[in-house]
Design a protein around this ligand. Structure first.
Ligand SMILES: [Zn+2]
Ligand SMILES: [Zn+2]
Length: 150
């Protein structure tokens, strides 16, 4: 996992993710980063800062925490979705679910069931959206679900 995050502003050496690097304390220099205090000293002498110092920082742990890149998921139907932007709320009425489980199976429902069912609902809706899109519609309809094989 030796992935480069950015380059040192002086020696151009790679600064890797999760690596400690140096920043100049002068606010206008914030965009430049340095692999070591030595490289920062070179920068300091070039720019002739009066009372600057090097600040130690740590590079982000991974690519994603640095710049939020959209992960594009392409399903079989060609649906593109930026998964990170989708609302991940519970999609069902938990109290209704609980009373159904109680009535049907005389069981209690653990707290994580609703999220898991919501995951299934999303999968079904994604499939149905593909079906609606295939027919050139802008409205999701009940019949888009009928074609889904479970
Ligand atoms: Zn350097
Ligand atoms: Zn500086």
């Amino acid at each position: 996992m030796d992935q480069e995050w950015r380059k040192c502003g002086v020696c151009k050496k790679s600064i890797l993710f999760n690596q400690v690097y140096q920043k100049c304390s002068i606010s206008t220099c914030r965009k430049t980063i340095f692999c070591s205090v030595d490289c920062w000293s070179v920068h300091d002498s070039v720019l002739g800062h009066k009372s600057a110092y090097a600040e130690e920082e740590r590079a982000p742990a991974s690519d994603q925490s640095d710049r939020p890149r959209r992960r594009v998921v392409v399903s079989s139907g060609g649906t593109k979705e930026a998964s990170q932007d989708l609302p991940m709320d519970t999609l069902i009425v938990v109290s209704k679910l609980k009373s159904y489980v109680k009535a049907k199976g005389d069981m209690n429902t653990s707290g994580d069931v609703a999220d898991e069912i919501s995951r299934f609902v999303r999968i079904l809706v994604n499939e149905a959206l593909d079906n609606a899109r295939a027919e050139g519609r802008k409205t999701l309809m009940a019949r888009d679900f009928e074609k889904i094989k479970i």
